[in-house]
Design a protein around this ligand. Structure first.
Ligand code: G3D
Ligand code: MG
Length: 273
């Protein structure tokens, strides 16, 4: 028996409301409906797994990144993609357009940044499917087309949630081992969690200023004004951005709410600094 512990960044990608956050919560704390952000705190969730194969056990720590599901904020997403060693691509079986997005948007954008990495396709909300056979057929066609493994899951009932993550873990381990066999260096890059915090702050600011469509231009302006590079934000830059955002929000919200948001965001920065 040889034991190794490896740490890997993996992503959950897919359109808004397909169930990414719910899947992470189900996997990590085995719950469906509690307030996830307040229990876990940041967008990066760690989970230790042990993958057994004959004669060998591998311990792997997944750093699971819950990536912003809005299409069209390409460079913010791309900064989250950097250094990822695997991804779950999530769609909602009751909304066929979300599967189309996986094929046409999420995979192409991901591969551009990370080059080929292990992918697992997840058709979530199977508990809502009117007809499981149709859902199964849809998944299998996509698996064949994309040449990836896949599962039908439900964050609500827990079906195949563990299996999806375990499948990704095995693929990530295999990839690391085959790199070793080919004599390639495995870069143990420590992903910059400040990227996730930056993303989380931007989303939070959008939420309190009328949603992403309306508020993103204002938010981005403040982020730029603070000199924050969303691809490698610094602690100091983010703190300044939080100040500037509070200033911008003062035009829309009362002083206590603005202060509460500011303190919350500073806590997120502190948690990873
Ligand atoms: P996202 O992180 O991909 O944006 P969320 O998606 O995890 O926030 O989920 C979006 C909505 O779908 C939530 O409903 C959530 O409860 C629901 N949901 C997620 N997974 C499942 C599932 O497997 N089955 C069912 N039936 N619902 C699911 P609300 O109402 O909170 O917006
Ligand atoms: Mg979410």
């Amino acid at each position: 028996m040889t034991d190794d512990r490896i740490k890997r960044k993996v992503l959950l990608l897919g359109d808004g409301a397909v169930g990414k956050t719910s899947l992470i919560r189900r996997f990590v704390v085995d719950k469906f409906s509690d307030d996830y952000i307040t229990t876990i705190g940041t967008k990066v969730t760690k989970k230790d797994l042990r993958i057994e194969s004959p004669g060998k056990a591998t311990d792997i720590t997944f750093m699971i990144w819950d990536v912003l599901g809005q299409k069209g904020y390409k460079n913010i997403q791309e900064s989250s993609f950097q250094g990822a060693k695997g991804a779950l691509l999530v769609y909602d079986v009751s909304r066929p357009d979300t599967l189309r997005s996986v094929k046409e948007y999420w995979i192409p954008h991901l591969i551009e940044i990370t080059k080929p990495i292990p992918l697992v396709l997840v058709g979530n909300k199977v508990d809502l499917a009117k007809d499981r056979t149709t859902a199964r057929d849809g998944l299998e066609d996509a698996m064949e087309e994309l040449r990836v493994t896949g599962f039908l899951s439900s964050a609500k009932t827990g079906e195949n949630v563990e299996a999806s993550f375990a499948c990704l873990a095995k693929a990530v381990i295999l990839e690391a081992e085959s790199k070793l066999l080919r004599g390639e260096r495995i870069e143990e890059d420590v992903p910059n969690e400040l990227i996730a915090v930056c993303d989380q702050i931007m989303m939070d600011a959008c939420d309190v200023m009328g949603g992403q469509e309306a508020a993103m231009p204002i938010v981005r302006q403040q982020i730029q004004r603070a000199g924050v590079d969303v691809r490698s934000p610094s602690t100091e830059g983010l703190k300044l951005a939080v100040e500037y955002l509070a200033e911008a929000e003062s035009a829309f919200r009362n002083a206590e709410d603005v202060e509460a948001s500011k303190l919350k965001r500073l806590t997120w920065i502190k948690a990873v600094a």
